[in-house]
Structure formats: C-alpha cells, structure tokens
Design a protein around this ligand. Structure first.
Ligand code: TXA
Ligand code: MG
Length: 332
C-alpha cells in the first residue's frame, strides 16, 4: 500500500466481489483511502478513529477542515458506540436504517471517532448504508468509516466508479467498483438534538416519509448564514459543473445544454446542443438517480450553459431542487 501521508498514490480499481472487499478492508485497516459504493453516492472512506487516515480524505478532496465527516456503521450496535439515541432518533433509525438517512446525535461517551473527523463538534453524523458492498466492507474491516462523497470538494458527487476515478485517480489507494448508485443523491441529514428533529440537508429520503414516522411535521430549520451553515458543508456554491447552470428555464437559447423532466418540453429545445430527460415518466426517484450523471454528461458537451426546466418540489424533488440551486449559485 501507499504511504498514508502521501497525496500521490497509485489507485487500484477493485471488483465489488469477496476478494475486492477483503482487499479494500485490508487497505482501510492499514490507514489507507478507499472509495466505497453506497446506494446514495460513492464515498471516500478512511478509518474514522485514526486522525492520520482522516487527514488523507481532506487532502485528497481538497476539503476545508472545518467541515465534519459522516461516520458509517453496519448496524445499531456499532451506531451506539458512536452516538446517543433519544426516542426520536431511535424511531427514525428503526424505520429508515439501513438506508439514505444520516442522523446527527450527541457523541456517545468514549466515542472513538477522531477529533479531525468531527471537526470540533460535540455532535456526530452517523449513517448506516444499505448497499450490500458497503455493508460487507464495514463488517470486514470492523471500523467506523468516515466517508464524504468521493469527489473533489465543490464538484458534482459521483454515482459510479468511473466518476470517482475522473476526480480522484492518483490521490487515493483504491476504488471498490459495485456499479451505479441506485438512489443517486446524498442522504437526508437530520439533526436530532434536544428532542427536536430538523432537516439539515434534503436528500434521498423524502420529508413526507420522515413526517409519516414522526407523526408530525419536522421542526422548523434554523436559518443558515454564510458564517454558520446548517451542515457546515452546505456552502451555497457546490455540486458545480464547469458550465453555468440556469434554473426554471421555459425557453432555450441556441447552443445551451438542457435538462428536462417529464413531458414538459421548453420552447427552443430543437436548437439545444444536447438534452437529457431525467425521467420521461415524471418519476422523481428516477430523476434523482440520474441527476449527477446527467450534469456530468451535459458538462462534457462543452456547452457554456446548462438550462434546467422547473422540477416539482414534492418527494425527492426537494433534494433535486436543492442540488440544482447549489450548482447554479454564484461561484466563489
Ligand atoms: O449520502 C451521503 O450522505 C454520502 C455517502 C458517502 O454516505 N456522504 C456525504 O458526505 O454526502 P459529505 O461529507 O459530502 O456531506 C456530509 C455533510 C456535510 O455537509 C457536513 O458538514 C455535514 O454532513 N455534517 C457532518 N457532521 C455534522 C455534524 N456533527 N453536524 C452537522 N452537520 C454535519
Ligand atoms: Mg459532498
């Protein structure tokens, strides 16, 4: 394996079978960096308990260090080693784990996760992924894995091993290839502190589903500011393709690349450079699954602008809209 402190590493592509998972577990136990498939997006994993390994994630991604990482676990026993669950978080965990949900809860006494992964917070973000390869890898290495999305900071999140290689080849030790992420958009992050339940980041689990289990609306989100974003990683400009992104497009200018949804066809579509329909049937789950790959594909056409038709905000539409707004935000 490569030196854990080095930022230049030979990156191996590992098959998502038993041999690949064993190899990936060995790399992680030795303090290395492995991109792992989850049902939401690919994550860049390291041993969450080792500061030196976690430092490698920040270096490979060029991620600001004030931004804490999600710790991934295979089961509830492992989750309880890291965080304290109250009635609300317990009920949500029972209903939606394993799955596309992250819970921010108070740190458990003796929580072994490194301070670097927590970025100084006394709460911890925990996720139990459902993807069989992620589950197998977590069990094989027996460690909580810190894993942000496996893209360079600020770029579009990866939903395939090819996307990860494009962003991080030469900076990480391996990519475990287990096909395309089925949910396609990051987990919904819920903060469960002091008996409240707030959405910090909309994602692959819809608000309606959460409210069905809570039996009430989620609590009002606290307004985020540029100095104190809700989830510290949720900076306004994010998920940025190279092209400018133009939202709520009803009319297409010649030469634009276009993202459509359902049966709505904006005026001027015939003069577009390229277009992709996220879901001809108008299915928001399908649109979420295809969103990031579609943004990458349209960006690769070289168009100066990607125009996006209006997307309904119900269900997973809330998370799709959130990602598109960040992709469209003014760049720093
Ligand atoms: O689906 C996902 O959540 C993927 C896969 C790989 O699990 N991970 C992911 O990680 O999206 P990342 O690092 O790109 O986003 C995690 C977000 C960041 O915005 C971070 O600031 C926030 O979670 N976060 C982490 N710990 C937190 C905490 N204690 N309190 C509030 N926000 C936290
Ligand atoms: Mg990310």
């Amino acid at each position: 394996m490569n030196d854990p402190r080095s930022t230049t590493r030979a990156t191996r592509l590992l098959a998502g079978d038993a041999a690949g998972i064993a190899e990936a577990a060995a790399i992680l136990k030795a303090g290395g960096l492995v991109a792992l498939p989850t049902e939401t997006v690919y994550g860049l994993a390291a041993d969450a308990t080792r500061g030196e390994a976690v430092a490698g994630i920040y270096a490979a991604k060029e991620r600001p260090r004030f931004n804490p990482l999600i710790s991934h676990v295979p089961d509830m026993a492992a989750a309880r080693m890291l965080g304290r669950f109250d009635d609300v978080s317990e009920r949500l965990a029972q209903a939606f784990w394993p799955g596309p949900m992250t819970l921010v809860v108070p740190r458990a006494p003796g929580c072994p996760v490194s301070d670097l992964a927590l970025a100084g917070h006394d709460s911890i973000a925990i996720r139990m992924p459902a993807h069989p390869a992620a589950q197998a890898l977590l069990r094989a290495c027996g460690l909580p894995l810190a894993a942000p999305s496996a893209n360079r900071s600020g770029r579009v999140s990866p939903t395939s091993a090819v996307h990860v290689m494009g962003d991080l080849e030469g900076r990480i030790d391996a990519v475990l290839d287990a096909g395309t992420s089925t949910v396609g958009i990051e987990s919904t992050i819920l903060s469960c502190l002091d008996g409240t339940c707030r959405i910090l980041r909309p994602g692959g689990l819809a608000r309606e589903e959460i409210e069905r289990i809570l039996g009430r609306p989620v609590d009002e989100a606290v307004a985020a500011t540029a100095d104190a974003p809700l989830a510290p990683g949720m900076l306004a400009s994010h998920y940025a393709p190279r092209a400018l992104v133009r939202l709520d497009a009803m009319r297409i200018a010649p030469g634009e690349a276009v993202l459509t949804f359902g049966a709505q066809m904006p005026a001027g579509l015939d003069d577009a450079l390229a277009s992709i329909n996220l879901s001809p049937a108008g299915d928001l789950a399908q649109a979420a699954a295809r969103l990031f790959a579609a943004l990458r594909e349209l960006d690769a056409t070289g168009a100066a602008t990607i125009a996006v038709v209006p997307i309904p905000r119900r269900g997973l539409g809330e998370a799709i809209d959130d990602r598109l707004r960040r992709a469209a935000a003014e760049r720093a």
